[in-house]
Ligand binder design. Structure first.
Ligand SMILES: [Cu+2]
Length: 471
């Protein structure tokens, strides 16, 4: 192959759209790297396992120059060094005293001081070397989930490598023959180790981004679930279901950092799910998105369809893209109703519809703080305000909202904050300032009258009366 390969219009557009300096483009194509760049990816696409392993690596790419790093709410990217043309990472598996929320801490296992929120980033074509040091009291192995790599780098303890024993450091190394949203996690005694938090995201950027790859806001969000009994300080990894802490990047709402966007921004949510047992139907308000990639592979434009809820199965990643063109504070949350609660227990009898007032009176002499969950429903947020809670526990849901009432959600939930004017992407812009006349409020008598709605018959016993049908 000669040095005279022409740069295609698509490649130029890709870099122009990405806002990167043309100099970086030429630099990457200078010297001997030039002959390998663009055709390489086309060769890789012919294979279901990344193609030939003997491909020559491209030079390491740099953040801010050759790619734009992802945004990691409540987390950070793992730093790297470049050594002999290879990108070198050092991942340290260790115990972390982790705060899910101000009120709830637990001794978890994670990487480099963080739980669920240490993200590795690489670029297609480069060679990576990842040292994994085990500072846990038990053996482990780290699997690179969704990657094309030599079998011996796959990180399955006992199958493709010996375990990494406590105190040992193991070296993984391979050349990135793909790009996309991928993950990594412990692959030894998974139920315990992943349940303790040994999971993370691994984002590989394209070497030659296409114009449609460009987004203004590119968020990495890892979903997980935990069992932490109220009052305890360690996850219970033996429980196989009934997870009671549902997290995004290791945090529960209201401690999840909001996703701050400017009106009109193109947004990508890279969502991965490494929960033990639960698939999460992630739902967004106020917008529709398209699923643009699954498990790191792009979906062709014509095959994408609009959704407001995407099911992220255990072990899967999905890239969701949309234009944030509706200003406001919009929930982004799992639609499983128990997954937007914290430390939900299942010992409560269902008291909905039951008049429990008498029961309360009988129990109060024995339990002064007793408050039943009936008869309209379980008001868990309010309950937390009046009932004493065990140490190291958070309320099942709730945070003071902008209208005086609390927001009755918790757990796997965050806020998409879209604003016309922003001081900074890095600051929470506070609550949305609604334009006049755009907030739902109590209807006035004159409004009801004008629209022919008669509430006079709907007293306390309204359930017994038939609501008049519309003509
Ligand atoms: Cu869920």
């Amino acid at each position: 192959m000669t040095m005279s390969k022409k740069i295609s219009r698509r490649e130029i557009l890709g870099f122009a759209a990405s806002g990167l300096a043309g100099g970086a483009l030429l630099l990457n194509r200078g010297g001997e790297a030039q002959a390998q760049t663009a055709p390489a990816r086309q060769r890789w696409e012919k294979s279901y396992s990344g193609g030939s392993l003997s491909i020559r690596p491209l030079p390491p790419a740099l953040p801010g120059k050759d790619y734009r790093p992802v945004m990691i709410p409540n987390g950070a990217a793992l730093p790297f060094k470049i050594s002999g043309g290879v990108k070198v990472f050092h991942l340290i598996a260790e115990e972390v005293d982790h705060a899910f929320d101000a009120g709830l801490r637990a001794k978890c296992w994670g990487f480099n001081g963080r739980v669920n929120a240490t993200v590795l980033e690489a670029v297609e074509g480069e060679r990576v070397r990842i040292y994994v040091t085990n500072r846990l009291p038990v053996a482990t192995a780290i699997h690179w989930h969704g990657f094309y790599l030599p079998n011996g780098m796959d990180g399955v303890g006992g199958l493709t490598q010996p375990y990494i024993k406590p105190g040992e450091t193991v070296k993984y190394e391979w050349t990135m023959r793909q790009h996309g949203t991928l993950m990594y996690h412990a692959h030894h005694d998974e139920m315990t180790q992943m349940g303790m938090g040994m999971i993370g995201m691994f984002v590989v950027h394209p070497r030659n981004p296409a114009p449609e790859d460009w987004v203004e806001r590119d968020f990495a969000l890892l979903l997980s679930e935990w069992v932490i009994e109220a009052g305890t300080a360690r996850p219970n990894t033996l429980k196989m279901n009934d997870a009671n802490i549902l997290t995004i990047n290791g945090k529960v709402f209201p401690s999840t950092a909001p996703l701050v966007c400017k009106t009109g921004d193109k947004v990508r949510l890279r969502v991965g799910n490494l929960s033990a047992m639960s698939h999460h139907p992630l739902h967004i308000h106020g917008h529709h998105f398209r699923i643009t990639a699954t498990d790191g592979d792009a979906i062709p434009l014509l095959a994408q369809w609009p959704e407001t809820t995407a099911l992220i199965g255990v072990g899967q990643t999905r890239d969701l893209e949309f234009i944030a063109d509706a200003p406001g504070d919009w929930p982004l949350h799992c639609h499983m109703t128990h997954h937007v609660m914290n430390q939900m227990g299942h010992q409560f009898p269902n008291l909905v519809g039951m008049k429990a007032g008498g029961l309360e009176e009988k129990l109060r002499p024995l339990l002064p703080a007793y408050m039943s969950m009936g008869h309209d429903g379980m008001d868990m947020g309010r309950m937390a305000e009046v009932m004493p809670m065990p140490n190291n526990t958070i309320s099942m849901k709730g945070k003071a909202g902008p209208f005086g009432d609390y927001i009755s959600m918790g757990g796997m939930m965050t806020l998409l904050k879209v604003r016309d004017r922003l001081k900074s992407y890095d600051e929470d812009p506070g609550w949305y300032d609604h334009p006049a006349g755009t907030v739902a409020r109590q209807a006035t008598d004159s409004e009801l009258r004008a629209d022919g709605i008669d509430l006079s018959g709907l007293g306390a016993d309204s359930a017994k009366k038939e609501i008049p049908r519309q003509p």
